[in-house]
Design a binder for this molecule. Sequence first.
Ligand SMILES: Nc1nc2c(ncn2[C@@H]2O[C@H](COP(=O)(O)OP(=O)(O)O)[C@@H](O)[C@H]2O)c(=O)[nH]1
Ligand SMILES: [Mg+2]
Length: 289
Amino acid sequence: MAKPGLGERLKNLFSKNSSGEDFYEDFEDILIEGDIGAAAAIEISEHLRETFGRKGPESREQVSSELKTLIGGMMNEADTAVDPEKTTIILVLGVNGVGKTTTIAKMAEYYRGKYGLEPVLSAGDTFRAAAIDQLKLHGERLNLKVVHQQPGSDPGAVIYDSIESANARNAKLIIADTAGRMHNKANLVKELQKIDKIIASKASNAEYRKILVIDATTGQNGFRQAELFHEAVGIDQIVLTKYDSSAKGGVAVSISSKLGLPIAFIGTGEKYSDLKVFNTEEYVEKLLS
Ligand SMILES: Nc1nc2c(ncn2[C@@H]2O[C@H](COP(=O)(O)OP(=O)(O)O)[C@@H](O)[C@H]2O)c(=O)[nH]1
Ligand SMILES: [Mg+2]
């Protein structure tokens, strides 16, 4: 069963009748349990202290409405638009199992529907044969070109080929998969930097976007992943997956506010259509429900 959301916890807090300092301390705990992260939780509770003073707020409604404004103001919506006249390369990053490959298929479908583009998918996760097959299967189902090589081949070379292939067929969007696993962290970072360099050198006239996929159910672990990837290659946008299977997803608040990363999409299921453009208001509404 899903854990209670922030709204439910707030309700419980008010039924406890805690006030003053007790309220603020309990409130911070609630935010941290909701994966908002310690730094963002303290920032939020300090704002509430300024607004409601030492006595604390009188009603849950007061806090909810203040929180909507506050958290909404801390988060950023990404610009998901693409220029259909220009080549866009989307590199999809993230640790194993977060939903990268699924999200690639969903984004391909989204951009095809919205702009009439025929994206080229790039099987840059060369770590396992199954990862390549998975992307090929999506390509077959969606009737999209998938550029791939042998398992174990150099991901940078696969993505380089994909860009060439897209250029040759005048396809304006390339969405590339990557492996989120390596024998150790240093290896992963090195590998990602290598891929990044290859794309950057090939993308001088293109829009190059690095999207990090974060699983909403992993809590603050997701924040540490965002820090690691952002430090390694500089992330442009975030996709939050598995938002359907979790009452949490609060990690997006700390990623967006503390790392300054905008959120592009939210994954809400396993179907191709289960991808929503991120909307702060809707997100905060759901977070607090
Ligand atoms: N419920 C749900 N499942 C998802 C979502 N996105 C991905 N998944 C599932 O998560 C699992 C891992 O996805 P995959 O794309 O293979 O992850 P990758 O290892 O990062 O490429 C698969 O079973 C997907 O169907 C989502 O938004 N909601
Ligand atoms: Mg994958």
